[in-house]
Design a protein around this ligand. Structure first.
Ligand code: GLY
Length: 324
């Protein structure tokens, strides 16, 4: 068995090296369309303004995202870079800042989708990945699959070059959730990013440590393409909130299809799914950020709000927690 695993790791490594030797994808575009970058840092548990530490992080990410997009950086690259930085910040519930489950250890989920062609990558219930969003990109670009899960999935991705942390217990567990029933006064939830680049291409990504007190092995909506992350040639979306409801509703794809088939504004389609279906009918808390190729920017929440920030080619940086 061990022999087979080693052989397979060697084959995977060979595949990774040969793919790295291929010409890099052209990720700089020379179009002249107006760009947008919209980020979220999770659903709020209570009413609050943007905290100074989150303000500083979002401002920095939006400034560097604006610079990258202005120079022709691709939506996909900027989404990945923004989410990786949020994962590394340790002040949001993703990557380093991921919370622990009910058994006291961390399991992370993430996903990524390229609106140009529907290519997607995702990871679920990962215990040692340093950057789940980078591993999602690896899945998208270095395998024929979409979703890798658990210890064996993690090992396959490590063999393909994903970085693992040496000591997960000390790397991740900066935040221990409060006892059940008591309000959380610490990290926000899931993080996400959606972007539209100067070539008019869209991309979306999401990353999380999941819910406080989640059971070991529980997977939320974050790594499910079409439930949380979704991007096509018209829309890009990312969710935060009670993942079970987003999965059952196939929420992000449902919104994109409602907007397209019903020819309705993205905001209206998003509000209907977030507030009416997930909020009123399911009684679940949730929020979605979304952008349209036409420049529409949407933040919709059925709860106290969501930490968000955006920048466009023509505008200043906007940060907030309540719906704009
Ligand atoms: N939406 C994040 C989760 O349910 O895990």
């Amino acid at each position: 068995m061990e022999m087979i695993r080693k052989l397979s790791a060697l084959l995977n490594l060979g595949l990774a090296i040969s793919m790295l030797a291929l010409p890099a994808e052209a990720n700089i575009c020379d179009g002249n369309e107006a760009f947008t970058l919209l980020l979220h840092g999770g659903l709020l548990d209570y009413e609050e303004e943007v905290e100074p530490r989150h303000r500083a992080l979002f401002r920095q990410l939006l400034e560097s995202g604006r610079e990258r997009l202005a120079k022709g950086g691709s939506a996909l690259d900027v989404v990945v870079e923004s989410i990786a930085a949020m994962e590394d910040s340790g002040i949001l519930n993703a990557g380093k800042g991921s919370i622990v489950n009910s058994a006291g250890f961390t399991e992370t989920d993430a996903s990524l989708m390229d609106g140009r062609n529907g290519r997607s990558g995702a990871v679920a219930a990962m215990q040692r990945l340093k950057n789940p969003i980078l591993a999602s990109r690896l899945v998208m670009e270095r395998t024929k699959h979409v979703l890798f899960a658990g210890a064996t999935g993690e090992q396959t991705l490590a063999d393909l070059g994903a970085e693992l942390v040496e000591d997960p217990a000390s790397y991740f567990q900066e935040y221990v959730p409060p006892p059940k029933g008591e309000p959380s006064k610490t990290e926000h939830g899931t993080v996400g990013a959606v972007a539209l680049d100067r070539c008019g291409n869209l991309a979306a990504g999401t990353s999380t440590g999941g819910w406080p007190h989640k059971m070991p092995g529980r997977v939320g909506d974050t790594p499910i393409i079409g439930a949380s992350t979704y991007a096509d040639q018209r829309y890009a979306l990312s969710t935060t909130g009670v993942g079970e409801s987003f999965i059952k509703r196939a929420a992000s794809r449902d919104i994109a299809m409602r907007a397209e088939y019903l020819n309705t504004p993205l905001k209206r389609a998003t509000d209907y799914v977030v507030k009416e279906l997930i909020g009123k009918q399911d009684g679940a808390g949730g929020a979605i950020i979304a952008i349209g190729k036409d420049g529409e920017i949407v933040v919709s929440s059925n709860s106290y709000g969501v930490l968000y920030g955006w920048v466009t080619q023509s505008g200043d940086i906007v940060l907030g927690t309540r719906e704009p």
